[in-house]
Design a protein around this ligand. Sequence first.
Ligand code: FMN
Length: 205
Amino acid sequence: MSNENNESKMNGINKMDKTNNVNKTKISNYPMVSPTPIVLVGAETGGKPNYAAVGAFGVVCLAPLFYVSLKDTHYTTIGVKEHGFFSVNLPSADMVAKTDYCGVTSGHNTDKSGLFASFYDEAGKAPMIAEAPMNYLCRVVNTFPINGFTIFFGEIVSTYAGEQFLTDGRADPQKISPILGMGTTYYRLGDVIGKIFQEGKSFAP
Ligand SMILES: Cc1cc2nc3c(=O)[nH]c(=O)nc-3n(C[C@H](O)[C@H](O)[C@H](O)COP(=O)(O)O)c2cc1C
């Protein structure tokens, strides 16, 4: 091992062998360094709407199925378990303060029900946020407990979008302007850099 690598190990940094021809440094195993949309997960808890900020959210498959990972002690989790429904509300960048507020306060000791105008769909009991550009009502179809969290798999049973966030009837990302989280910072959506399922077709390795 080279002197440089020995020194790095002593500093707690494990530099990869330069002969691999990559110049990388191992850093801490912190999952929030991958960019993710921040959503507001809604549930009816204690007879009232409650919302929590969530970054552990994503698409499982086009079935259509989402997943959200919620800490078991969250007030929101109680409502999701009670009613078997949750909502995923996609906030826009101008909702960043309210979104963060839902991530730093708990329904256990703060009433968040008046923070937004809530509406419901007849398919299931989970509140949705009127001012959020998009809302998905999800029926819990499966759960997976892990490390004090439960991953809820939710079938999307209803989707709503504000008229002003659509172009030709489709959700328009630039109009929605979602909140992205990476590390400890919120970002907004950047420029278009390509078309999905198109860019690879013209790429010649
Ligand atoms: C940006 C951000 C992302 C978060 N992501 C998650 C998450 O993925 N899962 C989770 O259980 N809590 C997450 N939290 C923490 C909850 O939002 C927070 O603990 C909240 O107070 C829970 O509210 P409740 O007790 O009213 O449900 C996140 C917080 C913030 C600010």
